[in-house]
Design a protein around this ligand. Structure first.
Ligand code: ZN
Ligand code: ZN
Length: 135
């Protein structure tokens, strides 16, 4: 039987760049991110994770929609789910962000998260991460 996972999440501001454990891209210095710590079983091992605000929001949205514990969601299954959503919701070739990573797809975010509290923070997080197209 699998150990019970307890997850604690807290929003922080990055004092230096980190790697996001969900999308693999950089969490830039001075940007808000979500720090998660997971405890596996009583007195078990602790796993510390750092993730973008928007990546965290998508993982939680996945968990909610599939009625599973957010701490037990794998990145692979979220990516698969986003792939499906992207295929049905995005116009092919219309959203260049989709080619970078699924977690920054504006259409997906709009469809899945616009009614959620914290949507503004999610959009801000994507814009901060979005990188090189601002000039
Ligand atoms: Zn991320
Ligand atoms: Zn898309």
């Amino acid at each position: 039987m699998a150990a019970k996972v307890t997850e604690k999440r807290i929003q922080r501001k990055a004092r230096k760049p980190y790697g996001c454990d969900v999308c693999g891209r950089t969490i830039l210095e001075n940007c808000d991110y979500m720090a998660c710590s997971r405890l596996y079983g009583q007195g078990g091992s602790i796993l510390k994770l750092k993730r973008h605000i928007h990546c965290d929001a998508l993982v939680r949205r996945y968990a909610e929609q599939h009625n599973v514990d957010a701490a037990e969601v794998t990145v692979a299954e979220v990516v698969e789910w986003l792939d499906e959503t992207c295929k049905t919701e995005c116009l092919p070739g219309f959203s260049p962000q989709c080619e970078q990573d699924r977690f920054s797809c504006g259409q997906i975010i709009w469809n899945l998260l616009r009614h959620k509290p914290g949507y503004g923070a999610v959009v801000k997080s994507i814009n901060e991460t979005g990188g090189n197209n601002g000039e």
